[in-house]
Design a protein around this ligand. Structure first.
Ligand code: ZN
Length: 463
């Protein structure tokens, strides 16, 4: 059983309770601070309304329900990452509860329940010199202190690391569509509660980013299975995930929630969630992934699974829909976007936003009108994505548009057959591989400009 507690940093301009900027320079520690986010005595927090707007929108997208009133609490603890010795968070009255995210498991729908969503401030960043368990000293950077976070707590509804990955991908898409999370500078972190049959619950802390979740869970489940086999029990504990090694280590044994001694935060007002305010927020909610996937499926007549995949990345979906204004063979367009384009983007470690839409549409027009062969197109897209050169230029450099007339291809095929008498003999003796060899030679001779279907046809005829 896997449950997640996910901390999402909200993309507001200023911090949660002061005017310090959230877009500080990472290389300059302790520069974006003031008396409030340093927690100096006598300083008073002022709640940033944008944080509420964003958290409400997120709660709505997660199908949660709201109470009439919500307020902040102090989570009291002594640790150098929080100068005032308490963190402003929500405990007894979270912003919202009882939602869900629907995920798709190989065509089967499953609801992962959301227990609660609450707002809280991020503590300062501690940089342990060495490993957290044996660091000789620790540096403190208060720039992060007071950054706005939303914590999403799920029920333990996930049953495999893969499910957790699918859930996180869906959540990422929701956050992107809401426009409240900027992956370029916002962080997302998760703590995972993992238990196997017969064992106590183990909490794994410090899982950063979307990609680490699956790896952390895989490791921890394997570790618990081994432990169960050798000692017959799993103790309740908190463990720390180490990104570099992909392993988890004991931090604390048997820790209960009550240790924090929560009390009501008297320096901030109780927030009344007026019906009018909630209605206004619902009105400005953008189209969300589920609705968008349904629309893309219907509007462009694409397979539902293809639509679901496109929508997983908002920017990719935007890119697709922008190109679909001009390229009307939607299936072909989707195939190229999800296939070769994504492959080239990943290979060059860039994002879809780095790719020129006009350039890509130029290439798609070549492909749609069969002005270049599929093989040529595969070469063109590689250069286009890597160098940004216009496809027209690349095609020109590669020797021009596709050869689609039979006569011209026949001439090349004849020349190739003349040069490769042994392969022709082999083919006549029934060796199918020689056909592929001769096909390859023709493609090479035409610098892949020949249309492969015509080459195959002509080659068969002349052989
Ligand atoms: Zn501040």
């Amino acid at each position: 059983m896997i449950g997640l507690e996910i901390h999402v940093q909200l993309a507001t301009k200023s911090k949660m309770f002061c005017r310090c900027p959230t877009g500080y320079d990472e290389s300059k520690p302790n520069t974006a601070t003031c008396s409030i986010c340093l927690g100096l005595p006598g300083s008073l927090p002022v709640f940033n309304k944008k944080v509420l707007d964003y958290a409400v929108k997120l709660s709505m997208a997660l199908n949660c329900t709201f109470p009439k009133e919500t307020y902040f609490s102090r989570k009291i603890y002594f640790y150098p990452d929080m100068g005032k010795n308490f963190q402003i968070t929500q405990n007894e009255s979270p912003l919202s509860r009882n939602g869900y995210i629907e995920i798709d498991l190989n065509g089967k729908k499953k609801k992962i329940r959301i227990r609660r969503v609450h707002m809280e401030e991020d503590p300062a960043k501690l940089i342990h010199i060495g490993k957290i368990t044996d660091a000789k000293y620790t540096l403190m950077d208060y720039n992060r202190s007071g950054m706005p976070l939303c914590e999403i707590v799920t029920e333990p509804d996930m049953e495999s690391p893969e499910e957790a990955r699918i859930f996180m991908n869906k959540l990422n898409s929701i956050l992107q569509h809401l426009g409240i999370f900027n992956p370029d500078f916002c962080t997302i972190k998760a703590d995972a509660n993992v238990s196997i049959e017969g064992g106590e619950r183990v909490e794994v802390k410090n899982i950063s980013g979307f990609k680490s979740i699956e790896a952390a869970l895989k490791y921890e489940i394997e570790r618990q299975n081994k432990e169960m086999k050798s000692s017959g029990k799993i103790e309740r504990e908190t463990r720390h995930f180490e990104t570099e090694t992909g392993t988890t280590h004991t931090l604390r044994k048997k820790e209960a929630e009550a240790d924090y001694g929560y009390i009501f935060e008297p320096d901030l007002p109780v927030i009344t969630l007026e019906t009018d305010y909630l209605a206004k927020m619902r009105d400005v909610l953008p189209e969300l992934p589920d609705a968008r996937a349904k629309r893309i499926h219907e509007q462009y007549k694409l397979d539902k699974s293809v639509a679901d995949t496109i929508v997983l990345d908002k920017h990719l979906a935007d890119f697709f829909e922008e190109c679909a204004k001009k390229i009307k063979n939607y299936e072909l367009l989707a195939n190229w976007v999800l296939g070769d384009l994504l492959k080239c983007i990943n290979y060059n470690s860039i994002t879809i936003n780095d790719v020129s839409k006009n350039g890509f549409m130029e290439l798609m027009e070549f492909i749609e009108k069969e002005k270049i062969s599929p093989r040529q197109a595969k070469e063109v897209i590689k250069v286009f994505v890597e160098k940004g050169t216009s496809p027209k230029e690349i095609v020109k450099k590669m020797g021009g548009e596709a050869i689609t007339n039979d006569k011209e291809i026949e001439a090349v095929v004849k020349k190739v057959l003349e040069k490769n008498k042994k392969a022709v003999d082999d083919y006549e003796r029934g060796n199918e591989n020689s056909f592929n060899f001769l096909f390859g030679q023709v493609m090479r001779e035409t610098k892949s400009r020949a249309h492969p279907d015509i080459v195959r046809r002509v080659l068969k005829k002349l052989l």
